[in-house]
Design a protein around this ligand. Structure first.
Ligand SMILES: *Cc1c(COP(=O)(O)O)cnc(C)c1O
Length: 446
């Protein structure tokens, strides 16, 4: 689409004017349905989630043997939750607001193997592919076979003739590249000029082939896809269209449910759960939310968070054009310090599926993100990467915006707001080199 009629969309939905003006918005998705009524309208159901969970379980012996940081959890790639009372109090004071309920941080910044939320979806997709190839070629006898065989010379030699290809500015490449290389695949990561040097160095240090392009992200993706399509021994991980990435993310939900139970946190009609998820193409917030709805039904309220400069999912949903519109079509520059979210166009299938489930979304200004990053370090000593803090302003936006207050009234939650458990999903940070961590911190010092 080259030229679109922006005014037409604004006339049909005035919120779009604020989005175009880069004003922070909090928006409720009126198209969402009751979980029991919409769950069968989408192409993925509970059996798909179970299937993904079981696949990850089958691979646990292999994962445990090859990645030291998964030994403690017996080959499970999972992160803890941390209560962040000091940050919550500071946030209430900063906004002059009452923020009732209990705020937790989901620590995907500490996930094993690649320490970002991508470890959930991307590693899963590589495992799906490896299992399929192994079964098709008679290396595995079936799902009950011993998956530690994936470490054997026989498997490694076989996979070395096959390629796994991805194009990325960063985190997706690390998760795909490291797991593919560990399985013995020839792992190839195409990177655009924006990609950080430390990420290229890290990948090369882990046996991944990095191909650098002198072009922007979109062109690097096109080059990667083309190279993979021309080669029958290549498998291309497609961030925007991948069902496996999405299904990998869904498995977070049952694990979170277990963690909350262990922490004595009740989720029911009188004790709602509010989750705030940073959003790029939409795969990670979408997959996690679908899983959470299966785990908690309508008692979980899920909100996605995007930069005011990159509101791609929000525009896709507000216009009902989904991936057909990009932020550039609306004169928005797509430039943000929250680089993990810098995706100008949403995923087509994710946005269509999630229209049924998301409770809403909001946008975060650049200076709000950097200040939040710094205050989280000051109050809790947790350094995240900029994209990963976008969930943190969620509660303040819920209680501080007209749309949020109205939602709380209409759902009857306002009267029991003290019982809310809030979870801001921290999506990455611990791999960032010290010098970059320091630079991020300084950006938000007031
Ligand atoms: C990719 C990413 C996200 C968003 O995930 P999507 O699937 O693109 O929506 C959020 N935070 C970080 C750190 C990421 O790398």
């Amino acid at each position: 689409m080259s030229e679109i009629d922006v005014q037409k969309y604004i006339d049909s939905n005035p919120v779009i004017q604020d989005v175009v003006d880069l004003k922070p918005v909090f928006w409720i998705n009126d198209k969402r349905g009751k979980f029991q009524e919409v769950k069968d309208k989408v192409p993925y159901n509970y059996l798909d989630i179970k299937d993904a969970e079981e696949r990850l379980d089958r691979f646990r012996p292999f994962i445990k043997e090859n990645f030291d940081d998964t030994v403690e959890l017996d080959g499970l790639i999972e992160s803890p939750i941390t209560k962040i009372e000091k940050f919550q109090a500071d946030e209430a004071e900063r906004y002059g607001l009452d923020i009732p309920g209990t705020l937790y941080l989901k620590r995907d910044d500490l996930l094993p193997i690649s320490a970002t939320i991508k470890a959930r979806g991307a590693i899963y997709e590589v495992l799906v592919h490896a299992e399929k190839v192994a079964l098709e070629n008679g290396l595995l006898s079936g799902f009950n076979d011993d998956y530690s065989k994936f470490s054997s010379k026989e498997f490694q030699d076989f996979f070395s003739n096959q390629k796994v290809v991805v194009a990325t500015t960063g985190n997706l490449g690390i998760s795909v590249g490291v797991m593919a290389a560990k399985l013995g695949f020839t792992a190839i990561v195409h990177m655009s000029t924006e990609a950080k040097q430390w990420k290229k160095d890290y990948l090369r240090g882990n046996g991944v082939h990095v191909i650098e392009h002198d072009t922007n992200f979109t062109e690097a993706v096109a080059a990667g896809r083309k190279a993979a399509e021309e080669d029958p021994a290549s498998y291309f991980v497609d961030d925007e269209n991948s069902k496996y990435l999405f299904l990998g993310y869904t498995t977070a939900a049952s694990r979170l449910k277990k963690q909350l139970t262990e922490a004595g946190v009740v989720v029911d009609e009188d004790h709602p759960l509010f989750v705030y998820l940073p959003c790029g193409v939409g795969g990670s917030p979408g997959g996690i939310t679908l899983g959470l709805k299966h785990a908690f039904g309508d008692n979980v309220h899920a909100f996605f968070a995007e930069p005011t400069h990159v509101p791609s999912l929000m525009l896709g949903l507000l216009t009902e054009e989904y991936s057909k519109v990009s932020v550039y079509d609306f004169g928005i520059d797509g430039k943000t310090v929250m680089d993990g979210l810098a995706v100008p166009r949403t995923s087509n299938f994710v946005s269509i599926v999630m229209e049924n489930f998301f409770n809403g979304g909001y946008t975060v200004e650049e200076n709000e993100a950097t200040k939040t990053l710094t205050r989280l370090v000051d109050t809790e000593n947790i350094p995240l990467e900029p994209a990963a803090v976008a969930g943190l302003p969620g509660p303040a936006k819920l209680f501080g915006s007209e749309a949020g207050k109205k939602y709380l009234e209409q759902t009857g939650i306002a009267a029991k707001a003290e019982n809310i458990t809030h979870i801001a999903w921290a999506t990455g940070g611990s791999m960032v080199p010290e010098a970059d961590k320091q630079a991020f911190y300084e950006l938000g010092v007031e």
